[in-house]
Design a protein around this ligand. Structure first.
Ligand SMILES: Cc1cc2nc3c(=O)[nH]c(=O)nc-3n(C[C@H](O)[C@H](O)[C@H](O)COP(=O)(O)O)c2cc1C
Length: 314
């Protein structure tokens, strides 16, 4: 048995104990999962999208299982900034003290709202926020969301506003797969103050009940996630890594195992997030972090960073 591989990575202004984070919207605010896994085994977690005001989200039904994945049209239901700061942040601050990165995912419907959110969270940074992740890619809401993420000028404007208000807090921008080429969006984010880009968010999809002749989601359309989207995520991470040498990329979409995570690193990601897998196995994030370490050991990889970008020139 060789020495334990180095699993620590540096991404988007943060140093993580390992490259595996829990993805936004699939891990609550961390505490919900505490009974199910050792949170300290994670590199970090990304919170559910936080908006200035609380949001009830879309009407049900808003989740549907699909072949190798799921559709969701939650519509960014969340407790809102005030309750987040009062009730959720103290637990997250405890996690941060244990060495986890706590990334707060932001959702707003205007540039001014994004900047206000970032400014208020930056004020609370000492208490438990490591970085912000700006969601410009939600397919399930009418205002903001994906409308920002498909236009490089809008991505540039939102990123600059958030980075300007975030002070020393690193800003990650979460990109949509609902474009032909994500590289112009990634470039717009990275040239306007983002330390990293995360991709992918969900793919816009639909499910139909043919017998009832009705859509299965009340919102009509929803976001597709899970193993079905992994090939799309890998391709988009690779496209961005190739187009923007040195870009810090957080890869996600359909990661169910440590080997899936290794595939994203080879495509050019420096860290990964695990989403839908946590709904199948609430211990998935810790399991996947362990499997990635084991993968490195078995493959004779002394440092997980050796994998990063291994296929960029392929
Ligand atoms: C139920 C659900 C809620 C989500 N909520 C958010 C959110 O609030 N903000 C965000 O940026 N992404 C959100 N996402 C997208 C995930 O973070 C992730 O990008 C996507 O699901 C792909 O990863 P996966 O295949 O591992 O789930 C959500 C996904 C699901 C399934």
């Amino acid at each position: 048995m060789g020495a334990a591989p180095n699993m620590s990575v540096t991404v988007g202004g943060l140093t993580l104990s390992n490259p595996v984070l829990a993805a936004s919207g699939t891990f609550g605010y961390g505490r919900e999962y505490a009974p199910h896994l050792d949170l300290a085994a994670l590199g970090g977690l990304v919170t559910k999208g936080v908006s200035l005001q609380p949001r009830a989200g879309n009407a049900p039904p808003r989740i549907r299982e699909t072949a190798c994945g799921m559709l969701n049209a939650i519509g960014l239901a969340n407790v809102g900034l005030e309750v987040f700061l009062r009730d959720k942040l103290p637990f997250l601050a405890g996690l941060r003290q244990k060495g986890l990165a706590v990334v707060v995912n932001l959702y707003a419907e205007s540039v001014a709202e994004f900047a206000e959110l970032a400014g208020r969270l930056a004020g609370a940074a000492g208490e438990g926020v490591s970085a912000l992740e700006v969601n410009v890619s939600c397919p399930n809401v009418k205002g903001g969301g994906m409308a920002f993420g498909v236009d490089p000028r809008a991505v540039a404007e939102v990123t600059a506003a958030v980075a300007g208000a975030a002070g020393a807090l690193p800003v990650w921008v979460k990109l949509t797969p609902n474009v032909a080429d994500p590289a112009p969006m990634a470039r717009a984010a990275l040239e306007n103050g983002a330390s990293a880009v995360s991709l992918i968010n969900t793919l816009l999809g639909m499910a139909i009940d043919a017998r009832a002749r009705r859509p299965r989601l009340a919102n009509l359309y929803g976001g597709l996630s899970g193993p079905a989207v992994k090939p799309v995520g890998l391709r988009m991470v690779h496209q961005v890594a190739r187009a923007i040498p040195g870009a810090h990329i957080v890869g996600l979409g359909g990661i169910m195992s440590g080997e899936d995570a290794a595939e994203y690193l080879l495509a050019g990601a420096r860290a990964v997030q695990v989403g839908t897998a946590s709904f199948v196995d609430p211990g998935a994030c810790a399991r996947i972090a362990g499997e990635l370490t084991e993968f490195c050991r078995q493959q004779g990889v002394a440092d997980v960073n050796e994998l990063v970008g291994g296929l960029i020139n392929s």
